[in-house]
Design a protein around this ligand. Sequence first.
Ligand code: C2E
Ligand code: CA
Ligand code: CA
Ligand code: CA
Length: 281
Amino acid sequence: AKKQGKDRYEIFEPELQATFQAGLQLEADLRRAVVRHEFELRYQPIVHLRTGEITGLEALIRWQHPERGVIPPLDFIPLAEETGMIVPIGEWVLREACRQAATWNARRDSQHPLSVSVNLSAVQLDQPNLPAVVASALANSGLPATSLIIELTESLLVDHRDSTLHQLEQIKELGVRLAIDDFGTGYSSLAYLRRFPVDIIKIDKSFVDDVGDEPTAAALTMGIIQLGQALSLSTIAEGIEDKFQLTELTDGNCELGQGYYFAEPLTDIATDELLFPTGAS
Ligand code: C2E
Ligand code: CA
Ligand code: CA
Ligand code: CA
């Protein structure tokens, strides 16, 4: 039987206990990171496939840990969601991405403003003040709502609450666009397109990976693109890594894409250099 009280750690194997303590350490570190602002954003260009023009940037968070170096989002976002810390972290991402995009757009041809895409967690969507936070991030930065895209994963929409749809509609009323991330990986993708006010479909990397060597993946990819067209939605292919994938997707009329073939997620400084080259012109 399990022991209770102060002896309760004895139920753990030593390795389990180590994992448990590492988890507690990570949580303490994450709390400190929120206070000390140890987060940074990377920006991955989103490219118009036919012209090669950069139309937007996806903001992707990194944790600059003082001892452990850069920690990728998948290593701390789940803990941030469990502990609720994703709320202040996510709000910072939103404000910083809007601020940075507005700064870049002020230096660009006003006819071709960049959009910025921000990933949202389900926990953030459960906050009743989310529409107000989005409105405030836009107002403070001066970024037009039409330049902000909010990315939601299918898993977020799977166990949505009744309030989710209302929250999304309020955000849409601001003029913000909504994208479904990792499209095709959930088990009722099509249902979301009816229920939620979506503007953009992001074709999951797993389809793009196999578009060249697996007929089923190629057929599904082309089907998703045609579905997007039929519903007047933009399609963004994720994780394009080679020229062949680019050609297949372009020929299949996919509008936009992102991936290492074009650029990895870049620091703000590297993004600046990409958007406003200082070298010979
Ligand atoms: P995601 O939204 O699907 O983002 C795309 C991920 O694929 C990014 O990983 C990106 O670096 C990576 N990627 C892009 N192009 C390629 C490619 O050509 N090949 C390969 N192998 N990978 C590529 P990253 O930055 O590690 O982010 C992982 C996930 O963490 C994101 O997946 C997103 O779900 C989550 N995430 C990132 N930033 C945030 C954030 O600010 N808030 C929340 N809630 N989640 C975030
Ligand atoms: Ca995303
Ligand atoms: Ca994705
Ligand atoms: Ca492959």
